[in-house]
Design a protein around this ligand. Sequence first.
Ligand code: 8YV
Length: 334
Amino acid sequence: SLSRPPVLVVTCQLPALAQQRLEALTDVEVRQHGSLQSMPRAALLGALADADGLICVLSDRIDAEAVQAFGPRLRVVSTVSVGYDHVDVAAVQRRGVRIGNTPGVLTDATADTTVLLALMAARRAKQALALAEGGGGGFVLAGELGSQFTGKALGIIGLGRIGCATAARLLPFGIARVVYAGSRAHAERATPLGAEYVTLPELLRVADIVCICCPLTEQTAGLIGRGALASMKPSAILVNTARGAIVCHDALLEALDAGRIAHAALDVTDPEPLPVEHPLLRHPRCTVLPHIGSATEETRSAMANLAIDNALAGIQGRPMVAEVGEPGPKASAD
Ligand code: 8YV
């Protein structure tokens, strides 16, 4: 019916201020899953039939099956994330449905998390915390010591927004050299950072700290596998704040056990969360965080507001703040 207001389906509860804004919307009817957890799959598929817009999160797979469930009114899928690997972009766009994401607003929080993990890995914080909790002390002159960043080479895989912000944060720690790899060189971003474009094998060979800051795509799935890990320095640390599936977890476990790299620090895993018995969780040289890269009050609020803006623009047929697949850099997932 043409007389009813547009329906916006929201798959989970949003941060307080964005939630209030959503509840104050008068020209759309909001149908929301009332918990912080995402909507059950069957409920999502059912809700899509009658929706004009969808606000979703990473755990909502917008795959071929979901696209099948799209009703004729659906105009926009707005994800509360910069990454959109959970969305079958081609299938959604074939239906004439637009896709919005949240680049920019989470760059600082995610780069902060990358630095947190790099420091935790370099200074062996996981072992130190276990030592302290067990009543032990760290005042030994030799033994299992950490490393520092002074004079070291930093490797950034994916010099997008988050990669640049990560390099900018780590440079003042005394980093001597920044190299980056990715699908192409970005001279305008690299020059202010003094970053050199190298091949991935070269990056893995020279970097003391390897930070994964690229989106998950067909090209990057499993990018860091057995061969890549074997080519890293035995003293190197690997930090992943991008997507778990970029790193082959079996190969990582093997490399850590064989001492082929010093430490891995992961904010993202595959799957998420890892099963509680997964050996990486209790590995002394692997630090795992539960995907908190963008989990600050400020950032989550900004992400949710941007997702609301994108959804309303999509429903109303206006330009979106960040649209996936639009010309220009706005919607790139890094
Ligand atoms: C998540 C993220 O979206 O933006 C991304 O791509 O991975 C995160 O910010 C966040 O955990 C909310 O789902």
